[in-house]
Ligand binder design. Structure first.
Ligand code: SF4
Ligand code: SF4
Ligand code: SF4
Length: 380
């Protein structure tokens, strides 16, 4: 590239950042109540889709894990190496690109894994395999609290992170009760805007095969399972099926009420607190404990109220910046549709460049879950 084109590109970046700064000047903060409603209201349109996992059928063969990796390989990060110096310097680089083969936990290259629990229950041995991935919460804190509108909930119940505009601050991970999103350094918009510095990177997780579902297809993991463990359908039907299944096996439900309700329901013949105690949990290996509704927390509600109105505006500005900075993936068939309006507070350019509200994240232990209960059917 010659000097002129470099100057042009640098000016374009500066113009973009200036535009971000100016854009917020005219944005008014709306009434908190209206904003909170926008942040937490259910999506408009048709009923969201949910999935049901019958854990009594899963043999832990891993065919779903392989299918997920294959179907989503084109979305996996291809980081720039060596990583530029990190900025802010306190941010720790996270590199999974040399460990792409890891399939016994969640990583940016492995969005689904099989968690196994073995033990004794009521004097009988059990071995239960649990396909684990994003729960696709109905009121997802990851999307409600993303400062940049990169994480968003679609009308069909999918919660996805737009890798074109994610700045990798890991806010989504710190507020997720299961710490699902995983970070890869050396990719993302940050590098396009500030190529000489390594920013936080981008967060990755299951997008419930949004591209396949948008074309009327099924998630790859459901299609690949030889034992019919999973099915997908309108949430009310899936909830009814989960209760019928749990009644039939005298079993238990996880995911219906956790975190205020999710679109991933599990039914097990063994209680989930027993499974949680028997399974290995930790970084990249989510727990199965009860989870109260994270968004019922007043502080989080207030923050969501502040962020929700601006999420779409900021996301649009970041998309524009990504295009000006050059290079982008093709638009997904159905883009994220945040449940938010316009107007409100804005990030400053310095916040943008510093990775914003998200702080440098290390793969630490899960926070203690709050109270709440996995549902139980039958009389065990
Ligand atoms: S499980 Fe975590 S990452 Fe997935 S939608 Fe819920 S809050 Fe977001
Ligand atoms: S829904 Fe798609 S992205 Fe999510 S675990 Fe299944 S195959 Fe992977
Ligand atoms: S869900 Fe199906 S494909 Fe996946 S491990 Fe269980 S039995 Fe195998």
């Amino acid at each position: 590239m010659n000097d002129d084109s470099n100057t042009q590109k640098n000016m374009t970046r500066r113009q973009f950042l200036a535009t971000l700064g100016m854009a917020g000047v005219g944005l008014a903060v709306p009434a908190a109540a209206a904003a909170a409603a926008a942040a937490t209201a259910p999506a408009e349109g048709g009923e969201e889709l949910a999935t049901l996992h019958d854990l009594s059928k899963c043999v832990g063969c891993g065919a779903c894990v392989e299918a997920c990796r294959e179907a989503n390989a084109h979305k996996f990060p291809e980081p720039k190496k060596p990583f530029p110096p990190m900025f802010p310097a306190t941010v720790k680089a996270e590199d999974w690109s040399t460990r792409r083969h890891v399939d016994d936990r969640l990583t940016p290259y492995n969005w689904l894994y099989i968690q196994s629990a073995r033990g004794q229950y009521q004097g009988q041995p059990f071995e239960i395999h649990i396909p684990r991935r994003c729960m696709h919460c109905q009121n997802p804190p990851c999307a409600n609290l993303c400062p940049w509108g990169a994480a968003a909930r679609q009308n069909n119940g999918i919660v996805r992170i737009d890798d074109e505009i994610c700045l990798g601050g890991a806010k989504c991970k710190t507020v997720c009760p299961w710490e699902i999103p995983m970070r890869q350094t050396g990719v993302g918009l940050y590098l396009k805007l500030m190529p000489t510095y390594g920013g936080n990177g981008v967060m990755y997780k299951c997008d419930r095969c949004a591209d396949r579902v948008a074309k009327g297809g099924q998630p790859a993991c459901i299609e690949a399972c030889p034992y019919g463990v999973q099915e997908i359908g309108p949430r009310s039907e899936i909830v009814a099926k989960a209760h019928a299944l749990a009644r039939d096996m005298g079993g238990y439900i996880y995911g219906e009420t956790e975190n205020g309700g999710t679109n991933s329901l599990y039914v097990s013949p063994v209680p989930f607190d027993v499974l949680d105690a028997a399974a290995t949990t930790g970084p990249g290996k989510p727990h199965l404990s009860p989870v109260a509704d994270m968004m019922a927390d007043e502080d989080k509600l207030a923050l969501a109220a502040l962020l929700a109105p601006v999420a779409g505006v900021v996301a649009g500005a970041l998309r524009l910046g990504s295009r000006l900075a050059g290079g982008r993936r093709p638009d997904p068939p159905e883009g994220p549709k945040p449940d938010s309006g316009g107007g409100g507070a804005r990030p400053s350019a310095s916040e943008l460049l510093a990775g914003g509200f998200g702080k440098g994240f290390t793969d630490g232990a899960s926070p203690a879950p709050k109270d709440g209960q996995g549902g139980k059917e039958g009389g065990k």
